[in-house]
Design a protein around this ligand. Structure first.
Ligand SMILES: *Cc1c(COP(=O)(O)O)cnc(C)c1O
Length: 472
């Protein structure tokens, strides 16, 4: 057969649809999807014939290729992964896993109707802010509070609400970019405020702010340097000093606290590393800021959200701002946030129940024990197919928080015998569930710190599937 005959002999879609194996596909998938898959599979074959990559193609092969396409198209996209990287607040992997109680609350309000904006006592319309406001004020000491879609939205709303059409003064040392698209100068522009930069990258003094204050000044902004530190010859104006300056000139002060720390973590055994602890939201409130914003899903350990706490008058203004409606939270997130905040009412409970806190506060010794256990099971499962050792390493807080905190841990380091470390990393990542690891110096590293209960077993099974002798 020449190429034209082969192309002509390709089965028509109508004929394929009459086959028994396609009837099976039609019972499992909508007809349009099956037709589309058969067409794509046939097109693929046609291209292969034209390119000389194939000579003879049967109808079975086309149907088989279509089955692959159908399976791929119906596979869910947003699925669980196992985080073995030791990066606790891993933004690409969804930041904070939720506490069990928060998961249950999400499920409950997702399945049915809820009190989202309904006051059961009066039978009248309520406010969605009430579910978290009193908890946030209790936990931070602020007069009032609200929560929005994320901290980027909180900062946008805060600046727009306080300084649209006016000037906002910010230190050059704080013109930060946090994760790609969040840059203070860009947010400032979108908020409608005019940014006035003061000081230098490494040093800003109170007098720099003072000299920039005019009758057009609407805001003094302080951005917490959450994902980097300026070290060495540096000077930053404290929030308390800014508050004093703001009071003198009648200008509100807004601190973007970022990480959402509610507890003094070092008190619970956390070593923040050489460049100091993360200040809590409550400390910013106590220093007298008119407004403080933070993320809900970083060190706080809740769902994606932006928290805004501060003076009653300021929060009231923001609640009424048109942007507030655009960045409001949905019921599932509010449910998770309320329950997560409730856990903080008793710090010991928070540390026990909130996965992010539990992971951050796990000691190096606990991680050594877990790594030893995991290593033993891995060795049993894969025999001589890899060299498996427990070695000291560091975990990271991640999510642009505590950038310099080396959290001591122990990892399982695997040097595979028959594949490269890169091939092992990829095979684990492409598995189901996907296991995300770190590669370092020819080894694949598994940090038990970020494995959730029960996932150790799945990691062992994944390694056995990739490396195990049974398959070789
Ligand atoms: C993370 C962070 C943000 C952005 O918060 P999202 O919750 O990711 O929107 C803004 N400012 C600071 C200081 C941060 O650390």
């Amino acid at each position: 057969m020449d190429i034209n005959q082969r192309l002509r002999s390709l089965p028509k879609i109508d004929r394929l649809l009459e086959r028994d194996d396609v009837a099976l596909q039609l019972s499992a998938y909508p007809r349009d999807l099956v037709v589309e898959a058969l067409r794509q599979a046939t097109d693929g074959v046609r291209e292969a014939l034209l390119a000389g990559d194939a000579e003879e193609v049967t109808a079975e092969e086309i149907v088989c290729a279509a089955s692959g396409l159908l399976a791929a198209a119906s596979r869910r996209s947003l699925v669980r992964v196992i985080n073995a990287t030791g990066i606790v607040v891993h933004t690409n992997l969804g930041r904070s896993p939720l506490a069990e109680a928060a998961v249950r609350a999400v499920e409950e309000v997702a399945r049915g109707y809820s009190t989202l904006e309904y006051d059961v006592a009066s039978g009248e319309r309520g406010s969605r802010h009430v579910h978290v406001e009193s908890l946030l004020t209790k936990l931070t000491g602020a007069e009032a509070a609200m929560a929005v879609n994320n901290n980027a939205a909180a900062v946008l709303l805060g600046i727009a609400g306080l300084a649209r059409g006016r000037e906002a003064i910010v230190s050059r040392g704080q013109l930060v970019e946090i994760g790609g698209s969040f840059r203070i100068p860009d947010i400032m522009r979108e908020s409608g405020a005019t940014m006035v930069e003061v000081g230098t990258t490494n040093k800003t003094h109170v007098r720099d702010y003072e000299n920039a204050v005019t009758d057009r000044t609407g805001l003094l902004l302080k951005v917490h340097s959450s994902n980097y530190r300026v070290v060495g010859f540096t000077e930053e104006v404290s929030l308390a000093e800014l508050v004093e300056l703001g009071a003198k000139h009648g200008v509100p002060v807004f601190e973007d606290q970022g990480s959402g720390v509610l507890l003094d973590l070092p008190r619970y055994g956390f070593d923040p590393g050489s460049y100091g602890r993360e200040p809590t939201i409550g400390e910013a409130v106590a220093a007298g800021a008119d407004l403080v914003s933070a993320s809900g899903d970083k060190l706080l350990g809740g769902p994606q959200a932006g928290l805004l706490v501060g003076k009653a008058e300021t929060i009231a203004k923001l609640k009424k701002h048109p942007l507030a409606r655009c960045v409001r939270l949905d019921k599932m997130t509010l449910a998770a946030l309320e329950v997560t905040l409730r856990l903080y009412l008793d710090p010991e409970t928070a540390i026990r129940e909130i996965p992010t806190l539990r992971m951050l506060l796990g000691t190096a010794e606990e991680m050594r024990e877990r790594a030893e256990l995991l290593a033993r099971e891995v060795r049993e499962a894969i025999g001589n197919d890899a060299d498996v050792n427990v070695v000291p390493e560091v975990s990271r807080a991640g999510g642009g928080s505590l950038p310099l905190a080396d959290i001591p841990t122990h990892v399982v380091a695997i040097v595979p015998a028959r594949v490269s470390e890169g091939e092992l990393e990829a095979a684990l990542r492409l598995g189901e569930p996907s296991v995300v690891t770190r590669v370092s110096e020819g080894r694949v590293l598994l940090d038990p710190r970020t494995l959730q209960p029960g996932e150790d077993r799945e990691v062992v099974a994944a390694l056995a599937a990739v490396l195990g002798t049974s398959g070789a």
